[in-house]
Ligand binder design. Structure first.
Ligand code: NAI
Ligand code: MG
Length: 363
């Protein structure tokens, strides 16, 4: 098998700071585990605009289409706020997601024991929690036509349309079933089939894909509002959840916050399988460029490190190595190494970004 390829786009603000720690971990895998990657690095966001006058150069876009996986830091910053909409750093990220057609957005909610008391829920409700929300990312009410604000008589009317084709539902369902097979073999699909026709179709198509292709996976269905209640009542009943763009937006934020800080949250966005059978994939921390702490060595690198762990698992079939990396993070937290965002006690001395990286490497 040829050396797997990885395109790294550190971006702006704390993006390069957290990505530097990931680069050290990638080097460690090459040196210590014989796991080598062909790594290239390029610009996205404000730094790409500064150099090329566009937040994503065509050459970078082309590279992203060719590699096995893209790993992105974060984009944006106040100095770009006055730019024309089409030139804003975020457009670079949106273009990547759109042109790579990354329709399945994976947001894990995982509770590290050392952070269980950081949650707003009771410790026993979240301790050991490890679930995954799969959100459809490229269709649904955020994209459906007609849309807009129109005038009807004397009134303004706001319109958005929830629209899903069979194939859009089937492909994200497949991504979720595949994931479930690699995890606890259990999938819960959420919609509102009780009040929405698109929800009826969603439920039908997920059921058809299940029967035809994944009968071995345990499938259940839940109305999304009930799902929100169950996620806060007893989240450990779930393994993988698949849902549409709108419900997924809400439910993934809810699920992620069951467990702690923005500086801890990784994500993956997956598209159609490529010729080698791997999905097109972009991995990135959920957080942004954090201009308020950029350049100060304060950023928590764990969200970006865990995003790389997701790449190991979902793009490179290295589940055991992903476990190894997640265990190292767990140990670091258990040892009390905390960047500033994870400190509760006044006066405790926070670890810097590179000290947190040192600790993960040592572990
Ligand atoms: P943000 O996620 O950058 O920051 C929110 C708060 O969380 C800040 O107080 C920040 O210091 C803290 N924080 C974020 N990541 C952290 C980490 N790894 N370690 C410690 N603390 C961390 O969101 P904000 O402030 O709304 O946006 C800042 C810039 O980032 C904007 O230009 C925005 O457009 C962009 N952004 C980019 C995203 C991306 O690249 N995917 C996502 C969200 C925002
Ligand atoms: Mg959101």
């Amino acid at each position: 098998m040829s050396t797997p390829s990885l395109l790294i786009l550190p971006g702006d603000g704390i993006g390069p700071e957290v990505m530097q720690q990931v680069r050290r971990i990638i080097d460690w895998y090459g040196d210590k585990r014989g796991l080598k990657f062909e790594v290239s690095e390029d610009l996205v966001g404000g730094c790409a605009y500064d150099k090329h006058g566009t937040p994503l150069h065509d050459d970078t876009m082309a590279k992203a289409q060719e590699v096995d996986a893209v790993l992105l830091g974060a984009v944006g910053g106040p100095q770009y706020d006055t730019l024309d909409f089409s030139l804003k750093p975020e457009r670079g990220l949106l273009r990547l997601r759109k042109e790579m057609d990354l329709y399945a957005n994976l947001r894990p909610a995982q509770c590290f024991d050392a952070l269980a008391d950081f949650s707003s829920l009771k410790t026993d409700v979240v301790s050991g929690l490890d679930i995954m929300i799969v959100r459809e990312l490229t269709s649904g009410v955020y994209f459906g036509e007609p849309r807009g604000v129109i005038k009807e008589g004397n009134e303004r009317v706001g319109i958005n349309t929830q629209r899903y084709t069979e194939s859009e539902i089937a492909r994200v369902a497949r991504s979720a079933f595949e994931l479930a097979r690699k995890r606890g073999n259990k999938l819960c699909s959420m919609e509102k089939a009780n009040v929405m026709e698109s929800g009826v179709l969603w439920r039908d198509v997920v059921t058809e894909v299940h029967q035809a292709e994944y009968p071995d996976v345990e499938l259940s269905h839940m109305y999304a509002d009930a799902g929100a209640m169950q996620l806060t009542r007893w989240p450990k009943q779930f393994d993988v959840i698949v849902t549409d763009n709108l419900f997924g937006d809400l439910l993934s934020d809810l699920a992620a916050m069951l467990t702690g800080s923005l500086g801890m949250l990784p994500s993956a966005s997956l598209g159609a399988p490529m010729e080698n059978g791997r999905p097109k994939a972009l991995y990135e921390p959920v957080h942004g460029s954090a201009p308020d702490i950029a350049g100060q060595g304060k950023a928590n690198p764990i969200a970006c490190i865990l995003s790389f762990a997701m790449a190991l698992r979902y793009s490179f079939d290295q589940g055991a190595e992903a476990d190894r990396l997640e265990k190292a993070v767990e140990k670091v937290l258990a040892d009390g190494v905390r960047t500033a965002d994870l400190l509760q006690a006044e006066g405790a001395k926070p670890a810097s970004t590179s000290e947190a990286g040192d600790a993960v490497l040592a572990a």
